[in-house]
Design a protein around this ligand. Structure first.
Ligand SMILES: NC(=O)N[C@H](N)C(=O)O
Ligand SMILES: [Mn+2]
Length: 281
């Protein structure tokens, strides 16, 4: 190393440093190792394309949510991308409360952190903790109030009426939903909403053990908004193959080829918006 008599004593990686490193040093100290990428200026795994987007946590931008109090929101999927729904995170702070969606908009909230209290005009208040959710029909008065802190993932869309069907308030939690048949597939499936025609979307909770993958290489008319709740793996979207991990959000436009393979040592679980029960015409 250099003597201490220079003015410039900050350590720096110089060519001579590189030359003093043992042979093969880069094999075990790769410049682009994931731990370096985390903090690399300007680096993100997020992508935005015509028929899909991957939005990873280092890209989330929060601002006050209109009509909510003490709450920051990050809209992750909106009609500007071509979707007919919005998906956003709502970070509720101390003594915060929700606003109402616009006229004819239905809402589903799922708690990923903390707890909120749901109040409406008819029934008594309900506490929603992590893994629980509420479906609020269009034009249904309600308030979500938070004393300490909570993070919600919220889906909203304009309700598409069908005949005289109407939807109802639904409160539940993933662990209380029954496992459903998935012919030809290995993943475990739960749905958060009834499968009846009144509902124009559903939220699927899909679990994969490491090494399991989607059997169908899906291409379909439905849209998706996905939040990876646990685990890691590879998501194929069109001709792209993305490493993904818990916290990542994906937008899938109609007909984007899609496939998931779970990797790592732990279960993958994702939450998936899917429009259903309506004629695409
Ligand atoms: N990308 C997906 O996981 N899609 C679901 N299996 C679905 O469309 O139901
Ligand atoms: Mn699908």
């Amino acid at each position: 190393s250099k003597s201490d008599d220079g003015f410039c004593s900050a350590p720096s990686i110089t060519e001579s440093d590189e030359k003093t490193k043992p042979i093969y040093w880069k094999v075990t100290n790769p410049t682009l190792s994931p731990s370096h990428l985390q903090d690399l200026p300007g680096y993100t795994r997020s992508v935005y394309k015509r028929d899909h987007a991957l939005i990873t946590p280092e890209s989330h931008v929060y601002s006050p949510l209109p009509d909510w109090t003490n709450t920051l929101g990050a809209y992750l999927i909106t009609p500007a991308m071509g979707s007919h729904f919005v998906m956003y995170f709502a970070k509720m702070k101390e003594m915060s409360s929700s606003g109402l969606p616009p006229k004819d908009i239905e809402r589903l909230v799922f708690v990923v952190e903390g707890a909120v209290t749901l109040t409406n005009t008819s029934s008594s208040s309900t506490k929603l903790t992590v893994d629980s959710y509420a479906y609020l029909p269009p034009n249904f008065y309600h308030s979500l109030d938070c004393v300490e802190s909570a993070t919600l993932v919220v889906f909203e869309r304009r309700y598409e009426r069908l005949g005289s069907h109407t939807t109802e308030l639904i409160v539940g939690s993933t662990d209380k939903q029954p496992l459903l048949e998935t012919p030809g597939e290995v993943f475990e499936l739960r749905k958060l909403l009834p499968v009846s025609l009144a509902y124009d979307f559903n939220i699927h909770i899909m679990d994969f053990q490491p090494g399991e993958f989607l059997n169908v290489k899906e291409v379909h008319y439905n849209q998706h908004g996905l939040l990876l709740l646990e685990g890691q793996g590879i998501y194929r979207l069109g001709d792209n193959w993305y490493p993904v991990q818990a916290g990542d959000v994906i937008w899938m436009a109609p007909f984007v080829p899609q496939w998931y393979g779970a990797l790592g040592k732990n279960r993958s679980r994702y939450l998936l918006y899917k429009d259903v029960n309506r004629n695409p015409l």
